[in-house]
Design a protein around this ligand. Structure first.
Ligand code: ADP
Length: 163
């Protein structure tokens, strides 16, 4: 039984994230989407909102969502995870991701990082790009799932809560 973790800030979850997570779910027995709460980036959505949006967009028998504020390898150890799955977009992702993968490997030799290549259409898609385009009034339909589209638009227009 192989367990994979897909960590990230998911602020908000995009079609790029969904693509990587669904592909990971076909490769591993169990996938944990881990919303990291210790991000240096200031989030637009609260942790519970990010989790709630992910649950509305991604459904799979072997996929669960969790949150964590500590060191990723500690979570992996506590949850018997074997693999960390990351999506790789342009070359610009590579340096940072490689550094993280090597650091995690030295902290926990049993953990492997697996990189999945971003799909062509998602190559330049990021949560920050979605927020920026939306805040400037652009159409983000092609970037986020229809289940959360209105919530993202509302928040980008400055409304505090969407629930
Ligand atoms: P972002 O970089 O959009 O803020 P996160 O920090 O939430 O995203 O990233 C979580 C994981 O999802 C990372 O491994 C990242 O490389 C991957 N990812 C994000 N956007 C995409 C995309 N468009 N295609 C493939 N993987 C992606």
């Amino acid at each position: 039984m192989k367990t994979a973790i897909c960590p990230g800030s998911f602020d908000p979850v995009t079609l790029g994230h969904i693509d990587i997570i669904e592909r990971a779910a076909t490769l591993f027995d169990r996938v944990i989407i881990l919303v990291m709460t210790n991000s240096k980036k200031e989030a637009m959505f609260k942790t519970e909102e990010r989790v709630n949006m992910i649950k509305r967009c991604i459904k799979g028998e072997n996929i669960t969502v969790d949150t964590y504020g500590g060191l990723l390898v500690n979570y992996a150890f506590e949850n018997n995870a074997d693999v960390i799955v990351k999506g790789l977009r342009a070359v610009s992702d590579f340096d940072y991701e490689f550094q993280q993968a090597l650091t995690n490997k030295s902290l926990m030799p049993g953990i492997e990082t697996v990189f999945l290549a971003a799909s062509g259409k998602n190559m330049f898609l990021s949560s920050s790009m979605v927020k920026e385009v939306c805040q400037l009034g652009g159409n983000i339909e092609q970037f986020v799932s229809p289940e959360i589209l209105n919530d993202v638009i509302k928040r980008c227009k400055g409304e505090k809560n969407y629930d």
